[in-house]
Ligand binder design. Structure first.
Ligand code: PMP
Length: 404
């Protein structure tokens, strides 16, 4: 049974006060909070078995290796990857995307086409622009509609035999739109293009099945999934990971090294040069276990209740406009009130203990589309409550009065 009061007990930070007010944390799309069980996993690692992995013959190293590889299997199972070695542990979504972009530099030729969506985070735009500069490939963009959905007809028109890669986020961080990724993947495969889905914003709400999706690459960050910062994953189909050249050279990623020639290790080590974030990887596995104990169906259902309630209450504020109004969206509400600058609203909310994100949310093309400098973004997690939304609405009314 989903019990939010009990769940809140798991998160020590939720007991904090900010400027003398109870913390209302509505910046979950930027980073989620960390449950005690994940904090304990981090403390346990450094207290009891901190050691380097994969190389050591001693007990601590073996324990750390076992736990790290157990975490990889937890992640594999969660995403339903066929093999554990299809899960590359990276430093996060940005790192994973750059790994794929760097690898594709050796496959692309002048005139090849790459498609991205208008809803992308900068981390899913800039690496492809850099890749185009390097290779002479051309970047095409799936345009968006006023409601924050993608123009799927245009997408189907953009696809052709020159399309080599398609990149799209599963959920937009700025608007919360859930994109029709199965349709995007299937259509791309008809022209033999590979697809990378950026799951940074989807994974806190949805449990993706990479085999069912038949996606080539899927990436995400642990810190949006109740895990620590500095760790994330690149799922890649085995055939792609075998084809892609390694991203970085160094220890751990080799089989043999001589000054004449180096041979690379097999998957996943080929993409994991150097000492990884061992503790982070292990704690990522614990976070996945924690979320699965609550259950993604229960999480999605409860968060949708918060979304519906929050949207309804926000719309009662005169002059408030919500950006991203598709039916298919996660618990993210991006908005402005009249001409008030989002930063000014955010600063007043902070004084009242409420954490929201303000600005362009690393998605300037979306802001340019709406011709606005940015928005206030409230993003709810399963540990938030309707009472917190009420506090937020009251605070917004106060901010509006002060700034109007
Ligand atoms: N893509 C999306 C959709 C995101 O929301 C984010 C994080 N805001 C990223 C990519 C980048 O993630 P990270 O900073 O963890 O690498």
């Amino acid at each position: 049974m989903f019990n939010v009061d009990k769940i809140r007990e798991d998160f020590p930070i939720l007991k904090r006060t900010i400027h003398g007010k109870p913390l209302v944390y509505f910046d979950n799309a930027a980073t989620s909070q960390t449950p005690q069980i994940v904090i304990d996993a981090i403390v346990d690692y450094y207290s009891n078995y901190n050691a380097n992995i994969h190389r050591g013959v001693h007990t601590l190293s073996q324990e750390a290796t076992d736990k790290y590889e157990e975490a990889r299997i937890k992640i594999q199972k969660h995403f339903n990857a066929k093999e554990a070695y299809e899960i590359i542990l990276t430093s996060g979504t940005t790192d994973s995307i750059n790994m794929v972009a760097s690898g594709f530099a050796s496959f692309l030729n002048k005139g090849d086409e790459i498609i991205v969506s208008a809803l992308e985070h900068h981390s899913n735009i800039v690496p492809w622009q850099m890749l185009c500069e390097k290779t002479g490939a051309i970047l095409k963009v799936i345009p968006m509609n006023e409601d924050g959905s993608l123009q799927m007809n245009e997408y189907h028109h953009l696809l052709n035999e020159n399309t080599k890669l398609v990149f799209c986020n599963h959920v937009s961080n700025a608007l919360g739109t859930v994109n029709p990724i199965k349709e995007i993947i299937d259509a791309a495969h008809k022209v033999n293009a590979a697809v990378l889905i950026d799951g940074a914003q989807a994974t806190p709400h949805i449990k993706p099945d990479v085999q069912k999706l038949d996606v080539d690459f899927y990436v995400a960050s642990a810190h949006k999934l109740c895990g620590p910062t500095g760790v994330g994953l690149l799922y890649g189909k085995q055939e792609w990971l075998e084809k892609l050249p390694p991203y970085q050279g160094g220890g751990e990623m080799i089989e043999t090294v001589t000054f004449e020639k180096t041979t690379y290790a097999g998957l996943p080590h080929k993409f994991e040069a150097g000492t990884p974030n061992i503790c982070g990887g292990i704690a990522f596995g614990t976070a996945i276990d924690y979320l699965n104990t609550i259950g993604f169906n229960a999480i999605a259902k409860y968060e949708n209740e918060l979304l519906v309630y929050g949207t309804q209450e926000l719309l009662k504020i005169e002059g408030l406009k919500i950006y991203g109004t598709t039916k298919e969206k996660t618990s993210v509400i991006s908005f402005n009130i009249d001409e008030i600058h989002p930063y000014d609203i955010g600063a007043i909310l902070d004084k009242l203990g409420i954490a929201v994100r303000t600005g362009h949310h690393c998605a300037q093309p979306i802001m340019n589309f709406y011709k606005i400098p940015g928005t206030v973004r409230a993003s709810f997690s399963f540990y938030n409550t309707k009472e917190e939304i009420d506090l937020f609405i009251e605070a917004l009314k106060r901010a509006k009065k002060m700034l109007a």
